[in-house]
Design a protein around this ligand. Structure first.
Ligand code: 9MG
Length: 306
C-alpha cells in the first residue's frame, strides 16, 4: 500500500466483533407492502420529491396528480421502493413546517397507495409527518437525521415496527456544506452509524428493520464523498443493509463540471461503483436507466440473473 492511501482495514480493529461485509444479517427487508429482496440484486429506490426547491426535481410536480403519475411511472420502470419527500434537503435548504410538509406528501402517498403495490418510504425527520405518512400507506421511514432531530421518532419506529433508514449528516441541510471537516471521514461516519444503530436497538427497533446510509453529500466535500464511496465495505461490515444515494449530486457535478440536468452518466457510473463496493439499495432519480446499468453491475457482483 502506498504511504498516502487510506488503510481501511486498520479502521476495523476497534470493531473486531463486527461481521465481514459478506455476512450482512440478511438479504431481504419485510415491509407492510411486501418483501424487498436484495440478496441477488440491488434494490432501487425512486426519488419522488414534492417540493418547490429540491436540487434536481424541485418544482417539477405542480400537483399531487403529477406526482402520483410520476410514481406510477417509476414503479413501471422497475423501482422497488418509492421515496416521497416534502422538504428539500439540498445544501442551504430551509426547513418547512409540519403542516406544509404534510399538505405536500399526504395526497401523494394516499393516491400512489391506491395505484401501486410497492413499498413507499417517507423521507422525513419529523415524527408527526412519519406517523401520518404511515397511516396513509407508507411503509418505511427515511430519516436523514438518523433519529436525532426529533426525539419522538425512535419511539414511533419501535412502536410501529417499520423499517428505518439511518443516514449520516454533519450539521443540518442549511449549514452542512459551509466547511465540512473530518479527521478521518470513513471512521467518523462508521462510528456515528454504529452509535445510532445501537441506540435504535436499545429502544426496541429490530435489527432486521435498520438500513444504514453514509449520507453522500450531506456535510461532505468532494474528497470526503470519494473516500466514503471507496470505503463502503467498512459500513457494510456493521452487518446492516447499506443504502447509498449519489444521484445527480454536486460531487458528480464537480468531477464533470456539469449541472444536475447533465449528470445522468456520472450518476450511473457512481451507482455502479457503489454497488460493486457493497451497496444493497441505491436512491435514484432515473429509475429506468439505473435498472439497466445495475443489471450489469449485479451480474458482476452476484452472477447472472436466474
Ligand atoms: C433525502 N435524501 C437525499 N439524499 C439522500 C441520501 O443519499 N440518502 C437518503 N437516505 N436520503 C436522501
Amino acid at each position: 500500500m502506498s504511504s498516502n492511501s487510506p488503510n481501511l482495514t486498520a479502521n476495523l480493529s476497534p470493531f473486531g466483533f463486527l461481521n465481514p461485509a459478506s455476512a450482512q444479517s440478511c438479504g431481504a427487508l419485510i415491509t407492510r407492502h411486501g418483501r424487498i429482496d436484495f440478496s441477488r440484486r440491488t434494490a432501487i429506490m425512486g426519488v419522488l420529491n414534492v417540493t418547490p426547491d429540491s436540487f434536481y426535481d424541485g418544482g417539477r410536480r405542480q400537483d399531487a396528480r403529477q406526482a402520483i403519475a410520476d410514481g406510477v411511472a417509476m414503479a413501471g420502470a422497475g423501482a422497488d421502493i418509492i421515496d416521497i419527500g416534502g422538504e428539500s434537503s439540498r445544501p442551504g435548504a430551509q426547513a418547512v413546517s409540519e403542516t406544509e410538509e404534510l399538505a405536500r406528501v399526504l395526497p401523494v402517498i394516499e393516491g400512489l397507495r391506491k395505484q401501486v403495490g410497492l413499498p413507499i418510504s417517507i423521507d422525513t425527520y419529523k415524527s408527526a409527518v412519519a406517523r401520518a405518512a404511515l397511516d396513509a400507506g407508507a411503509d418505511i421511514v427515511n430519516d436523514i437525521s438518523a433519529l436525532r432531530f426529533d426525539p419522538a421518532m425512535v419511539g414511533l419506529i419501535a412502536q410501529e415496527k417499520v423499517p428505518v433508514i439511518l443516514m449520516h449528516m454533519q450539521g443540518t441541510p442549511r449549514t452542512m456544506q459551509a466547511e465540512p471537516h473530518y479527521d478521518d471521514v470513513v471512521r467518523e461516519v462508521r462510528d456515528f452509524l454504529a452509535a445510532q444503530l445501537y441506540d435504535a436497538l436499545d429502544a426496541g427497533i429490530a435489527a432486521e428493520s435498520v438500513l444504514l446510509d453514509p449520507g453522500i453529500g450531506f456535510g461532505k466535500n468532494l474528497e470526503h464523498n470519494l473516500q466514503l464511496l471507496r470505503g463502503l465495505a467498512i459500513f457494510a461490515a456493521l452487518g446492516q443493509p447499506l443504502l447509498v444515494g449519489v444521484s445527480r449530486k454536486t460531487f458528480i457535478g464537480k468531477i464533470l463540471g456539469l449541472e444536475p440536468e447533465l449528470r445522468l452518466e456520472g450518476s450511473l457510473a457512481a451507482n455502479v461503483a457503489a454497488v460493486l463496493g457493497g451497496a444493497n439499495w441505491v436512491r435514484v432519480h432515473d429509475v429506468a436507466e439505473t435498472c439497466k446499468a445495475l443489471k450489469v453491475a449485479d451480474a458482476l457482483r452476484f452472477g447472472p440473473a436466474r
